[in-house]
Design a protein around this ligand. Structure first.
Ligand code: ATP
Length: 241
């Protein structure tokens, strides 16, 4: 695989999307600074020049896009595993794609589709992980955030990147062979909301219920008076009640 390394770029996802036709599965782009880091639904990923991780890996699925359902959950499982392997404790996942440390947002994931023909699906898997955020930088984030700097054994950035890259590739291969089912145990172990009352925001509406984890398609299971309903990704945000 190849690594494209930038001191500065608009967004590592944007770079990979722009070069998708030349890329191979496992190619990765890393930047020290993103002038336009992206989150879901046009939201922003704050990306100061401060030794944080901003990276995107390219992956070509041998199947059509319908087989990508739940893939961003795999990426969450993969990042959590990589961090846990460095001894990081207090990690948690929030459906569909946020990673928390001590209940504050540590990392974000943004999976984008480049081109989905009938046969193949080209995916760009972006992730940002806060290494050491200053209070001034963090003030620009509109929700509680965390970084790895408070840990006794803070992982080395390069070692962590190498681990993330290896783990992600292995997990995507496993996902292609076995589907999301192979990740359900890992997801359930780290899901912060299972058994808790939550609110699903789907502007302009919201629906409350008890979170019952996920199914093999990556849908969130919500239980209330209507019974158990499945919700699939897209425009939905989950909040604790
Ligand atoms: P939410 O996390 O609010 O449920 P979401 O999953 O749509 O929504 P993402 O697209 O994953 O959110 O991330 C964008 C959001 O993450 C921003 O709106 C901001 O609140 C927060 N954020 C942005 N930059 C950072 C950062 N460096 N560290 C932690 N959180 C950040």
């Amino acid at each position: 695989g190849r690594c494209f390394y930038f001191d500065e770029t608009t967004s590592t996802n944007a770079f990979m999307l722009g070069h998708a036709s030349e890329l191979k599965s496992g190619d990765i782009c890393i930047a020290e600074y993103q002038s336009a880091g992206r989150g879901r639904r046009g939201r922003q990923w704050l990306s100061p020049y401060a030794h944080h991780i901003y990276a995107s890996m390219f992956w070509r699925l041998n199947n059509d896009i319908s087989h990508a359902s739940g893939l961003s959950l795999v990426v969450g499982c993969s990042i959590v595993k990589s961090l846990a392997d460095f001894g990081v404790e207090g990690l948690g996942l929030k459906w569909p794609n946020d990673i928390y440390l001590d209940h504050k947002k540590l990392a974000g994931i943004l999976v984008e589709v480049s081109n989905s023909s009938a046969q193949k699906t080209e995916l760009v898997i972006g992730f940002g992980i806060n290494m050491s955020m200053s209070v001034e930088q963090g003030e620009l984030i509109d929700q509680p955030w965390n970084d790895l700097s408070g840990l006794v054994n803070m992982p080395d950035k390069t070692e962590l990147l190498i681990k993330l890259h290896k783990t992600l590739k292995a997990d995507l291969q496993l996902f292609e062979q076995k589907g999301l089912e192979a990740f359900l145990d890992r997801w359930n172990k780290f899901d912060l909301f299972i058994g808790r009352e939550v609110s699903l925001l789907m502007a302009p509406n919201s629906v409350n219920g008890i979170c019952r984890g996920i199914d093999e398609q990556g849908a969130l299971l919500l239980e209330n008076e209507q019974g158990v309903t499945r919700y699939l990704g897209g425009e939905i945000s989950l909040r604790a009640v």
